[in-house]
Every structure is written in C-alpha cells, then in structure tokens.
Design a protein around this ligand. Structure first.
Ligand code: SF4
Length: 319
C-alpha cells in the first residue's frame, strides 16, 4: 500500500549547508497494516509523512501508494491519490479553517471527490461525525466553539469521509490534554477494528502509544530507520542501543523489574552535520572506537520482519 525506496528528503539552508531530514529510507506497508514510526524530534519521521503525500518535495528515491508513483503523479492519478491517502496533523487548531462550519469542513472533500450533494451529503457528514462521537448538533458550529479533542475528532472524520486506503497520523494526540488523549487513542484503536483494510502509518515520539495502536514499529534516528520489527520483537528484544535507550525511558510500574534507564549523552546531532560511520556513535553507550566512527553499519536481518542497523545487533551487546 505504501512503499518507500531509498527515499531522501534534503533541504538547503543558509551557509551552503543542507538538512538531510530523510537520508535513505526503505519502508513497505502492506494493505491493512498499522506501523508506528518513532524517534526523537528531528529524526525525520514527520518529514516522511509529508513527503509520502507530496506535501513537501522529495530529493531522490521513490514513493508508491497503492501502486501509484507519487512523485510522478499528475492529473487524475494525483486526484485519486489525494482522496485515497489522507493525513491527520498534530495540531487540530490550525488544521481547521476558522471560518468554515464543521459540516463544511467535513463535506469539502466529499464535494470535490464524489457526486454526493444536498441531503445525501449532509447525511454522510452527520454519519461520519457520529462515528467519531460527535452528535449532529456540531454540524453548524465553528472550530472555536469546540474543545481540542472535539476538533481532532472533526479532523479524523474529515480524513475518513473519503474512505482512504492509507491514513497517516502525525502525532495526532500530542497537542491534546492528557485526559483527552486516552479518548482519542480509543477512537483510533476502534478504527483498526472497523476498517481492517485501511493501512495506517502512525508517527509518534511516544512508544507506549505505538505499542497500544500498532502491529509493527520502525525506529528512526537522524533520517534513517535503525530498527524495524513487530511490536513484540522490538519491545521485548530490542537490538539497537538507541531503541533500548528509548524503551528504557517509557514509564512503567515500579515493580516491573525493567533495567535501569539508559541516559544518552548530549542531544541528537544537527541533520546538517550527520556524524560519519554509524551516525549514532557520538551518543552510543557501546560504540567501538575504530569501527563505529568509521564504518556505517548495514541493516542486519535478525529474524523474519526484525532488523537493526548496528554492528552488534546479532550479539545484542548490553550497555
Ligand atoms: Fe552503537 Fe556502533 Fe551499533 Fe552504532 S554500530 S549503534 S555506534 S554499537
């Protein structure tokens, strides 16, 4: 359903520098799959979501959605793509036009892409909003009359109105109050059951959320995937030191017996100056001088579906 092949997204910035936001990503999602893309801020995960839908240009590599080559699509193919692949952003407040009623916001895509009009259009909008837990009394309201959680439900309804084959969710709960996040997560979990054919790419820095919603997970660091596998494989047997550090920071009950938190040195390096060798070697607790700072590790297949980009992934060397 979504296939990225050696995708690069680079942005020139001042002083002759280039931000290598996405730096050679291969990723394949089958129809109906839910994959979580995780990593720190600046790892390139949101850039992948936007590039996949051509909201920003890619530098090289290929993107295919449902067999359509995204970078080359135009005319009918591009329109088809825009209706069958939808994205939900982090901030529902800026995602909705303040001058448009909720009815109009959700109906817009249907008007552009279907023949639904009049009562049938209104009924379809009311139906989809109701599925998102919003009664018909919301139809004629404006975004400023809704809470953050209600606005995000409208954004989800708007994305689902066209029955997309691919849904990209970019940190959809991060801007919401903690009390509302759980409700939205339950709604998103329900989507997986109600629409088993829909492929979902869930972008998040929150591993607990990804574990709750996804079947597979890919961990990103400085524009590259450093580990990928099923949620069970990655959470119970992480093979990349960066994944282990991220997992060690996930809050768990005190008596769970989890290993001590791994504190990484320093911040993530600038994507304008990605370290040579293994890009993680400047922060890695088990980096081997002479190897890790000079030789980029390949993606090492560990088991069906599980792979990690580390010279010691097979040995699973502890920090
Ligand atoms: Fe750490 Fe070396 Fe593995 Fe990179 S290749 S993650 S620096 S041990």
């Amino acid at each position: 359903m979504l296939e990225l092949d050696e995708l690069h997204v680079h942005f020139p910035v001042g002083g002759g520098k280039t931000v290598r936001a996405v730096d050679g990503v291969d990723l394949k999602l089958e129809p109906g799959e839910t994959l979580g893309l995780v990593g720190e801020s600046g790892s390139g995960k949101s850039t992948i979501g936007k590039a996949a839908l051509r909201l920003i240009p890619s530098t090289s590599g290929s993107i295919r959605i449902g067999g359509i080559a995204v970078t080359e699509a135009s005319g009918t193919a591009l329109r088809q793509l825009r209706s069958k692949a939808q994205i939900i952003f982090q901030d529902p407040h800026s995602s909705l036009n303040p001058r448009m009623t909720i009815q109009r916001a959700v109906a817009e895509g249907l008007i552009l892409n279907t023949r639904l009009r009049g009562t049938r259009l209104r009924d379809r909008v009311a139906e989809i909003l109701e599925q998102m837990g919003l009664a018909s009394q919301f139809l004629n309201r404006f975004p400023h009359e809704l809470s953050g959680g209600q606005k995000q439900r409208v954004c989800i309804a708007r994305a689902l109105a066209l029955d997309p084959d691919l849904l990209i969710l970019d940190e959809p709960t991060s801007a919401l109050d903690v009390s509302v996040q759980a409700q939205i997560l339950e709604t998103l979990k329900g989507l997986t059951k109600d629409r088993p054919q829909m492929t979902q790419l869930f972008i998040s820095h929150n591993l607990a959320v990804v574990r709750f919603l996804c079947k597979r997970v890919a961990v990103m660091y400085l524009g590259r995937i450093v580990e990928i596998g099923t949620v069970d494989q990655v959470f119970s047997d992480p093979r990349h030191p960066y994944t282990r550090a991220l997992l060690s920071a996930v809050p768990v009950p005190e008596a769970s017996g989890r290993p001590a938190r791994i504190r990484l040195q320093g911040d993530i390096p600038s994507p304008t100056a990605i370290p040579g060798g293994c890009p993680f070697h400047t922060r890695c607790p088990i980096a081997e001088p002479g190897l890790c700072d000079s030789t980029p590790p390949p993606m090492d297949p560990l088991a069906p579906e599980h792979a990690a980009r580390c010279h010691f992934a097979q040995a699973s060397r502890a920090a």
